[in-house]
Design a binder for this molecule. Structure first.
Ligand code: MG
Length: 467
């Protein structure tokens, strides 16, 4: 069982829990496994440089050569690794508050490393006490140590600051520049002071959009807004889109792997709608194809696939699982309901810049406002609920719920948590991988059905906790 890593890497309070010592030892353990040319990059957090230099030290000490890509989006590092390097380490806490930072490790394809590799790293990182428990206290009980190479085996650090430019160029060549230029779209971009400051405004300007920016100076204090691009945090963007009469508002999270849209009327567009929109036109343009998503994604994805010659495959929740499935099955496109879209022939991970370019391309080619394009998608209603649950009870509660769900006679999917298909729609009950909570998510054609099912699902969890 993994102790150190969450669903994608490590995310902790910087310099309290995520210290340079931790980062360096972790990087040395990873370097021992990869033994090659490793790229490192990160987001503009105040602690990124500190952690990055510790990671570089760890990688060097295990005999790797290091390529420092500077401050850039997570997908730009994944793009670089896939094209040039044997592995990569990304210093980012994505959308978490400014006091957090994190470490994401990717393999030679730029996909988050699998659980099996994380476990090997943990074996070298963790230490075992006399009772046989793995504890995080580097003393005399090391199970295994990272390899530390001698002075004459030491690698080099090379700076490569060309990746951002190459990444931008690559995004631009993947869309219909002529159509976008002719559409003269007015776009308001809110990068939330994150890594997208170096990419999205430039991509859109070179494509011929009229671009206005807000929060587009990189700043680890995130002075303009919280880096999580949810409706609550994007109120200023919503107001500004209407005020300047923009055709589109674009917002990203801290490490620029997610894109959220505001339509020309100032409506917040949920991530599953953007996913469905891009899916539709990807399938039309390519004459069908394989779509990969998670079990928690809208039925709209299936409806669109059916109408446009697509096939849908689902994985457990986690963007690296979607990315890996896309690679293994040579899929066309994938995504998650949170606005993370994956274009597997470009980057094996969520990519915000190409998502943005693709959305303006669709608007330009269809010559329709975003609100209209969204209206044309299959409409479903959803409802989300959550309840606190101690981590050590999660498994037991989940097992009981699975039994109850199967006894209802409805179709049940246990890929990740328990998903129950009812006549009115579906409901999924999952234990969070990162927090001591259970989440329940329901979707139906009628709003009251979605609410009712979410209520039913969360009550099921509460009853188990009380018994
Ligand atoms: Mg992110």
């Amino acid at each position: 069982m993994k102790r150190l890593f969450g669903t994608f890497g490590i995310r902790r309070i910087a310099n309290e829990e995520l210290t340079p010592e931790l980062a360096s030892r972790l990087a040395a353990a990873y370097g021992t496994l990869v033994q090659g040319r490793v790229a490192v990059g990160g987001d503009p957090r105040t602690t990124t440089s500190m952690i990055k230099h510790a990671v570089i030290s760890g990688l060097l000490s295990s005999g790797c050569d290091v390529f420092d890509l500077g401050i850039l989006p997570t997908p730009a590092v994944q793009f670089a690794v896939r094209n040039y390097y044997d592995g990569g380490v990304i210093i980012t806490a994505s959308h978490n508050p400014p006091n957090f930072n994190g470490i994401k490790i990717v393999d030679k394809d730029g996909i988050g490393i699998p659980d099996s590799t994380e476990e090997k790293i943990e074996e070298m990182f963790m230490v075992q006490n006399p009772e046989g428990d793995l504890v995080e206290n580097p003393d005399e009980f090391f199970v295994k140590n990272p390899d530390r190479v001698s002075w004459d085996q030491m690698g080099e650090v090379v700076s490569n600051l060309n990746i951002t430019e190459e990444y931008i160029e690559n995004v631009i060549t993947r869309v219909d520049g002529e159509a976008i230029k002719n559409a003269k779209l007015k776009v308001l971009v809110d990068c939330g002071s994150g890594a997208a400051c170096f990419t999205t405004p430039y991509v859109l300007r070179r494509l011929g959009c009229e671009v206005t920016t807000m929060n587009c100076q990189p700043d680890g204090f995130f002075p303009g807004r919280n880096p999580e691009p949810n409706k609550e945090n994007l109120q200023e963007l919503i107001v500004a889109v209407k005020a300047i009469g923009a055709d589109l508002g674009i917002a990203h999270d801290g490490d620029a792997d997610r894109t959220i849209c505001i339509d020309e009327k100032g409506n917040f567009v949920f991530g599953d709608k953007t996913f469905a929109l891009v899916e539709k036109y990807m399938l039309i343009e390519n004459g069908g194809g394989l779509i990969v998503t998670t079990v928690a994604t809208s039925s709209a994805i299936y409806d669109i696939a059916e109408e446009h010659g697509g096939e849908v495959v689902t994985t457990a929740v986690g963007d690296l699982l979607v990315a890996r499935e896309l690679k293994d099955r040579d899929g066309l496109f994938g995504g998650e309901e949170n606005g993370g879209l994956i274009f597997p022939d470009f980057v094996y991970g969520r990519d915000a810049a190409l998502s943005t370019a693709k959305i303006v391309e669709i608007m330009a080619r269809q010559k329709k406002p975003l609100s209209q394009l969204i209206k044309e998608l299959p409409a479903y209603h959803s409802d989300k609920k959550k309840v606190e649950c101690p981590d050590d009870l999660k498994e037991e509660v989940m097992e009981k719920i699975a039994e109850i769900a199967k006894a209802t006679g409805n179709k049940v999917d246990t890929t990740d948590g328990v998903k129950i298909f009812k006549d009115e729609g579906w409901v999924i009950i999952r234990a969070s991988g990162t927090e001591p909570i259970f989440r329940c998510f329901a979707e139906a054609e009628k709003e009251e059905d979605a609410k009712e099912m979410a209520e039913w699902g969360i009550n099921l969890v509460i009853k188990q906790l009380e018994s």
